[in-house]
Ligand binder design. Structure first.
Ligand SMILES: Nc1ncnc2c1ncn2[C@@H]1O[C@H](COP(=O)(O)OP(=O)(O)O)[C@@H](O)[C@H]1O
Ligand SMILES: [Mg+2]
Length: 247
């Protein structure tokens, strides 16, 4: 049975998409069959992270939403990995129709069901647009686990109540709460207690700010090598929680 896992953050740029990509690679390296569906049509990321390009006969999630392809036709298998990705869009394809006419949000859950049925992933990660919006509500409602990503500053924490209310209302019990981009030298214990107070739930992982990760000029996205050790451990911890291990 596939586990569907939704990534959420109240504010943008907290690291959801890069975390989803790394979680997916680590899960695939464990021999699990993994998919990532990028539902973030406003600000897609999975296409860039995995180098997905547009091409004849290839669709995207946005194309599926406007009826231009089947969801299965939007899945791209990453060579040599147990992994497929569904980009939300590549370039402007389908975006104009969606902006003008909207789309039937029920198609999101139908697409998830179809991906699960057709490709039998062990884990399907749903990357989402920032904040609380219809797509995110639909994604969370149909998920087995939720990863809430926040930074430890006032603006991010101000949205905590809404994220918690969303998760509670939709009954998503299995949650990982992640504090990302913690600056070097920050007092980790204080920070964890502030975040736990805001979210009313234990913090799963505290991830440092890693400058190499922020600087994508050299294409560093995936956790390999020494500077990434702390991130690697954190991503693995998050994976155990979403898989329901050790509970
Ligand atoms: N721990 C980290 N340290 C430094 N930069 C990070 C870290 N995690 C993510 N980033 C960078 O932050 C930027 C935003 O990340 P992204 O995954 O796109 O966030 P979101 O999907 O939440 O908007 C990217 O350039 C990413 O590489
Ligand atoms: Mg993103």
């Amino acid at each position: 049975m596939a586990r569907v896992v939704t990534m959420h953050s109240y504010r943008g740029g907290t690291g959801k998409s890069s975390m989803a990509a790394n979680m997916a690679l680590l899960l695939a390296a464990r021999g699990l069959r993994v998919g990532i569906l990028d539902t973030d049509i406003q600000s897609p990321a999975v296409d860039t992270i995995f180098g997905v390009t547009a091409g004849p006969g290839t669709g995207t999630f946005a194309d599926y939403l406007v009826g231009r392809c089947e969801i299965e036709e939007a899945a791209r298998f990453v060579p040599d990995r147990n992994l497929f990705v569904v980009p939300s869009r590549t370039g402007f394809s389908a975006i104009n129709e969606i902006m003008t006419n909207g789309y039937d949000v029920g198609l999101l859950n139908e697409g998830v069901t179809r991906l699960v049925g057709s490709f039998s992933p062990d884990v399907l990660l749903l990357d989402t647009h920032t904040g609380v919006n219809t797509e995110t509500v639909m994604a969370v409602a149909g998920s087995d686990a939720l990863v809430i990503v926040t930074r430890a500053h006032r603006l991010d924490l101000a949205g905590a109540a809404e994220s918690v209310a969303l998760a509670n209302r939709l009954g998503c019990a299995q949650r990982a709460l992640v504090v990302n981009m913690v600056p070097e030298g920050a007092a980790a214990a204080d920070l964890v207690s502030q975040v736990e107070k805001a979210y009313g739930s234990p913090v799963t992982a505290v991830l440092p700010y890693v400058p190499e990760m922020a600087d994508l000029a050299d294409g560093h996205v995936f956790v390999t090598g020494r500077p990434w050790q702390a991130l690697l451990a954190g991503y693995q911890e998050i994976n155990s929680v979403v898989l329901g291990e050790g509970i």
